[in-house]
Design a protein around this ligand. Structure first.
Ligand code: 6LW
Length: 525
């Protein structure tokens, strides 16, 4: 059969994978968004369902705020050992607000779809921590602090048992990072990424008979990279591997799907699946001669992939907010504040705008989901009675606090209106303002490769365009860091609290896809 990358579309970078029997679990970075660290489950490595998050309680940690964005949770690693799932990761601050600080921690659970433990804080510096459980019972922390280092830890208390020792600096690419250690056939393999997480990204491998080294780099490095290739996927790197129950090997890694030349991407870094084998000398051979392709032919997937359902089909999700628990797709920016939102069955989601504008790197009344498809439409029905000037509530395409486009109902200089605004870095303008004193409106955003188009309707049937903006300005290259675009409902009083709540009755997202024409009916091996 053929499967299509990405296997988890939209902003899902730094994937890490583990297997428990015939079940696969995968986690990705989540930065300043909450709940943190989405957890996915699969039986066949191609179809993934989100089953929860590792960070679901404000008491677990406080996500750092800051401008530029991309603070918070970096590159997690998930491992399964003797009935327990462990995730190790970093809560990081960067930028001007708080200086620069990183805190590494472990959370664990026996039920990856349930609640995870409070963090066990670790006395180790840097980013991209990984765990390795050796067969002699020792547990190692492998991290990134300039170069790749190793130390032994106590997995229960998190206490460091040895000094940290640098074990490899890579092959000369910048930013050696994202290490994972595996023991296979009495070799300790060390996989890392180099070249930075952009277009020069690559995966390199080294190995040693002794976990402390010396590590011998593979002469065929890099083992995975799409740099300087004409492929549609770029920036391939940050991989983790697993062996399936049939003995086949797989890597998951991040990659991007740029819009056009010059390359720019708006969906963030996404999760890809790559078949791998070992050559006769015990070195990994990944993808198509080290290149990751969008369409992959394989008969080796585990489980029973549903041949009739291609993993990426046109997707419509409609949320009427009937349950007090929000669907896993929804995120807050930073730790949620219970005063800023609630869900009342039959009335949808209410957001209570506080004083913070969308351009603030701070807690706002904002609930968003990832844009997972280049071509998509989002719609919502909004009831919002404005009482004061500057109050607004609406729908935003949001890359970060400094790059977003929105349609909103508002009151400006005493007049109720629907407005369309764009912020691109320090450029900020309300582009259009249509007088409208209705409290009930329907808002729509439609995206394709070039444009975000915004429309409103008073009856839910006839939509009128209010404005549009180039996709290119809401891309990582134009002003992002590590995250991808969200589509969010929000409310703000712009300087003071909104008097009333903004009620979003429902939200609908439709992602449109290029579906593979042929999916063969061959049974997997
Ligand atoms: C992550 C690093 C990386 O810590 O980007 O692509 C950083 N790899 O390993 C943020 O996702």
């Amino acid at each position: 059969m053929k499967y299509k990358n990405p296997i988890i579309p939209g902003f899902h970078p730094d994937p890490s994978i583990c297997r428990a029997g015939e079940d696969y679990y995968l986690v990705t970075s989540s930065f300043e968004y909450f709940p943190g660290i989405p957890v996915f489950h699969s039986k066949d490595l191609v179809h993934w369902d989100q089953i929860g998050h590792c960070i679901t309680r404000n008491e677990q940690l406080t996500l750092y705020k800051g401008d530029p964005n991309s603070t918070g949770i970096y590159a997690p690693t998930i491992r399964y050992h003797e009935g327990i799932f462990y995730v190790i990761t970093t809560n990081i601050s960067y930028g001007t607000v708080s200086g620069g600080n990183e805190q590494n921690f472990i959370v664990w659970t026996t039920d990856p779809g349930g609640e995870w433990s409070d963090p066990i804080w670790l006395d180790c510096p840097g980013i991209d921590p990984s765990l390795f459980f050796d067969d002699d019972g020792k547990v190692y922390y492998c991290g990134t602090h300039g170069e790749i280092f190793l130390c032994e830890i106590d997995i229960v208390t998190g206490k460091r048992k040895t000094e940290k020792t640098y074990i490899w600096g890579g092959t000369g690419g910048c930013c050696p990072e994202g290490p994972h250690i595996y023991k296979i056939n009495n070799w300790y393999y060390l996989f890392i990424s180099e070249g930075g997480t952009e277009y020069g990204h690559m995966l390199t491998a080294a190995r040693s008979r002794n976990i402390w080294g010396p590590y011998e780099g593979y002469c065929g490095n890099p083992v995975l990279t799409n740099r300087s290739r004409g492929t549609s996927l770029k920036a391939i790197g940050h991989a983790d591997i697993t062996q399936d129950q049939n003995g086949n090997w797989w890597a998951v890694c991040l990659g991007i799907r740029p819009l056009s030349y010059p390359f720019r991407h708006n969906l963030g870094r996404e999760t890809m699946l790559v078949p791998m084998v070992w050559d006769e000398h015990g070195w990994p051979v990944m993808g198509n001669k080290g290149v990751v392709e969008e369409e992959v032919e394989t008969d080796c997937l585990p489980g029973c992939p549903d041949m009739n359902i291609f993993q990426q089909k046109t997707l419509t999700v409609r949320d009427t907010f009937d349950s007090e628990k929000l669907d896993f797709a929804w995120n807050f920016i930073y730790n949620p504040c219970p005063q800023l939102w609630n869900v009342i069955s039959g009335r949808g989601l209410t957001l209570y705008g506080n004083e913070n504008a969308l351009s603030k790197a701070d807690t706002i009344a904002w609930i968003g989901r990832r844009q997972e498809h280049h071509n998509c439409i989002a719609r919502t029905e909004l009831h919002f009675v404005r009482e004061q000037d500057e109050e607004e509530a609406g729908l935003t395409v949001y890359m970060n606090n400094r790059h977003h486009y929105e349609i909103a109902v508002s009151r400006q200089e005493g007049e109720d209106c629907i407005l369309f605004r764009r912020q691109i870095g320090s450029l900020w303008k309300t582009e259009n303002k249509i007088p409208c004193n209705c409290s009930q409106v329907f808002l729509e955003m439609e995206a394709d490769l070039e444009t975000y188009v915004f429309r409103y309707s008073l009856d839910g049937k006839q939509f009128h365009e209010i404005g549009r903006g180039e996709t290119a300005y809401l891309t990582t290259e134009a002003g992002g860091v590590f995250t991808g675009n969200y589509i969010a409902m929000y409310a703000s009083g712009n300087g003071r609290k909104c008097v009333r709540g903004a009620e979003f009755c429902w939200f609908e997202y439709t992602g449109k896809l290029k579906v593979l024409e042929t999916v063969s009916a061959t049974e997997p091996g």
